[in-house]
Design a protein around this ligand. Structure first.
Ligand code: AKG
Ligand code: FE2
Length: 248
């Protein structure tokens, strides 16, 4: 059997800090890497969704009655024009945050979907989620099987190009519970997802999240690490990220 060990144990496509308390094991049944970091757990499945499903998802998220998604440069569309676009499957929004008394647009578009009656709070506002649709339920079912749990909501983030980004934060809102399991699904452009340890900010893990990649964050990760998606100025195309969560 030793002849096949390289096939059975693929190499992790990113590096972990060179310390004994970081452990990584390939799980052949899950076809994913199970990673233990100090104060948290990760599961990384690089090609969780195949090319066909991933390509279809990119199209599904952009389908609209106004523009050909293959032609349009989304970062050229201003906020008032965005409001006029009739998206078929996902009602993308330009959210705003208040910073030092100023209102500024988030550097990405967002949308929430979920079970009816599970309101979420975001940018300081409580709202009802959009209803599930066929595409999101397909993705949710696949993710629930590997995560061994049900999710009642999903936050979608659309990074229109490399200027769109997400700053350091943890998903530690109290309605997510004390050690939330959060499943992140990625389509479109590859973007780096960076984890940074709270107790030693020089300790970082850079994980490239690709077209079809699943990353599950679990254990006490949200208490001990923050994460971000930094700008990548050379990237000209869209990336879609879905984080499945359980809100109580
Ligand atoms: O886009 C990503 O990979 C991360 C999204 C995220 O962390 C969030 O929405 O809280
Ligand atoms: Fe997050």
């Amino acid at each position: 059997m030793y002849l096949f060990t390289d096939i059975e144990n693929p190499a992790l496509p990113f590096t972990l800090p060179d310390e004994i308390d970081f452990l990584c094991r390939w799980d052949e049944t899950l076809r994913a890497f199970c990673i233990s970091v100090p104060g948290g757990e990760l599961i990384y499945a690089e090609q969780f969704f195949d090319r066909k499903i991933s390509d279809r998802s990119v199209e599904y998220f952009q389908e609209n009655e106004n523009f050909d998604w293959k032609e349009i440069c989304w970062s050229d569309i201003n906020e008032s024009d965005l409001k006029k676009i009739n998206f078929k499957n996902i009602k993308w929004k330009q959210d705003k945050i208040k910073l030092y008394g100023k209102t500024i647009p988030l550097p990405r578009l967002t949308c929430w979907h979920g079970d009816q009656g599970t309101p979420y709070t975001y940018s300081g506002i409580t709202s009802q989620p959009n209803e599930w649709n066929k595409g999101l339920l397909y993705i949710k079912n696949k993710v629930e099987k590997i995560a061994h749990r049900k999710f009642n909501s999903v936050l979608l983030n659309w990074y229109r190009d490399g200027e769109d980004h997400l700053s350091w934060h943890a998903d530690d809102e109290k309605e997510l519970g004390s050690s939330p399991v959060i499943a992140s699904v990625n389509f479109g452009e590859t973007r780096d997802f960076i984890l940074r340890r709270n107790s030693n900010k020089t300790q970082k893990i850079t994980i490239p999240l690709k077209h079809g990649t699943l990353l599950i964050m679990a254990g006490a990760l949200q208490h001990n690490w923050q994460h971000s998606v930094p700008k990548r100025k050379r990237i000209k195309n869209s990336r879609f990220n879905l984080t499945f969560r359980n809100i109580s």
